[in-house]
Design a protein around this ligand. Structure first.
Ligand SMILES: Cc1cc2nc3c(=O)[nH]c(=O)nc-3n(C[C@H](O)[C@H](O)[C@H](O)COP(=O)(O)O)c2cc1C
Length: 325
């Protein structure tokens, strides 16, 4: 069973992945790229290309799975060929994105609207020999508004030899809220003809263990927000070694430096760092055991780089990891 870092647009960009792999790579088998948009004239956006260029993924031992977003068979086939020629041997298709502008184009979770159309798309894709030359996986939700829609979607997926079907057991209307539907997930786990991966709401070592106990034959456990909030979560799962505040500082410093490869103004880098603090802040409390919210709020609302630096310095000085005495 492999443990992977979920694709997260705007967050798990190559700068982040490289910084994370350097400091907290232990326990992560693969990193997904955020979704790469495929254009109808068979091209990948320039910015998205930077996610997959080898020169941006040279951190020692880092393993990447590109994720693509398109709903056209010819574009999927083209992308599989293109990514193979760039040296990738596994590619994932996004069938889960819930964002309105994506779904309205029948992409992401919008692909789940019509199982018959899904059948047509994959019939054409799997006729192409490229599907024998690379691993091809999908990441899907259970449906658009009702988890039982999956009872019509899984039989379609079962008709094709996907290397894996990764299931985030929510529906599109839930976005990232509410609880994953573990009953429908169990049905899918028991009835999928292809290997199954699980994704959703793993925030602690116990959450992970519970999934492994209940679903011992999973191919993969994919973690997103849990890893952004606690970048050492995969290491804790693997070795039991918990994160400390010095490591957070080391990671955030590394991240700030790495962002310079992609982002050219200090203000924009600060903005990006604030986004990460939104997640990482959850790990911290004041040294007296009270909430650190006001300190994290100061970081998030700082108006310039010098205010940001001061707010961050205060956090390192005054905070500790929750429940660590
Ligand atoms: C900010 C953000 C960006 C995301 N971007 C992507 C993406 O590019 N591709 C994708 O398949 N899922 C994306 N997701 C969904 C996550 O990969 C994952 O399925 C979801 O967060 C549930 O898993 P978690 O509870 O472990 O975070 C994104 C989620 C968030 C919160």
């Amino acid at each position: 069973m492999r443990t992977t870092f979920a694709p997260m647009e705007g967050i798990t960009i190559y700068c982040y992945r490289n910084a994370h792999h350097k400091i907290f790579g232990e326990g992560i088998d693969y990193y997904y790229t955020p979704f790469l948009s495929v254009y109808k004239h068979h091209a990948i956006k320039k910015r998205d290309m930077r996610e997959i260029l080898k020169e941006n993924n040279l951190e020692k031992g880092v393993k990447i799975i590109p994720q693509i977003m398109t709903n056209k068979a010819d574009e999927i086939i083209w992308a599989l060929r293109e990514l193979k020629s760039l040296g990738y041997d596994e590619i994932n298709l996004n069938m889960g994105c819930p964002v309105g502008t994506v779904v309205s184009k029948d992409k992401g979770s919008g692909m789940l609207r019509e199982p018959d159309r899904l059948y047509e798309i994959f019939s054409e894709v799997f006729e192409d020999e490229i599907t024998e030359q690379v691993k091809f996986t999908v990441k899907t939700r259970l449906g658009l508004s009702d988890p039982h829609e999956f009872e019509n979607i899984l039989p379609v997926l079962n008709k094709f030899p996907f290397d894996e079907v990764i299931i985030h057991p929510r529906v599109r209307t839930q976005m990232y809220k509410g609880t994953p539907d573990m009953e429908v997930f169990r049905w899918a786990y028991e009835n999928s003809k292809n290997p199954v991966g699980y994704n959703g709401n793993i925030f602690t070592v116990d959450d992970y263990k519970k999934i492994v106990e209940e679903f011992p034959d999973l191919e993969e456990i994919m973690i997103g927000r849990g890893l952004v909030s606690n970048p050492a979560l995969a290491r804790e799962i693997l070795t039991g070694k918990e994160i400390n505040i010095e490591e957070i500082k080391e990671f955030m410093d590394e991240l700030q430096v790495r962002y310079k490869d992609e982002i050219f103004s200090d203000d924009s880098i600060m903005h990006k760092m604030k986004e990460i603090w939104f997640y990482v802040g959850n790990l911290l409390e004041k040294k007296d055991g009270t909430e650190a919210d006001t300190y994290i709020h100061k970081i998030r609302t700082s108006k310039n780089v010098s205010e940001y630096r001061n707010a961050v310095r205060t956090v390192y000085k005054e905070c500790r990891i929750k429940n660590s005495l």
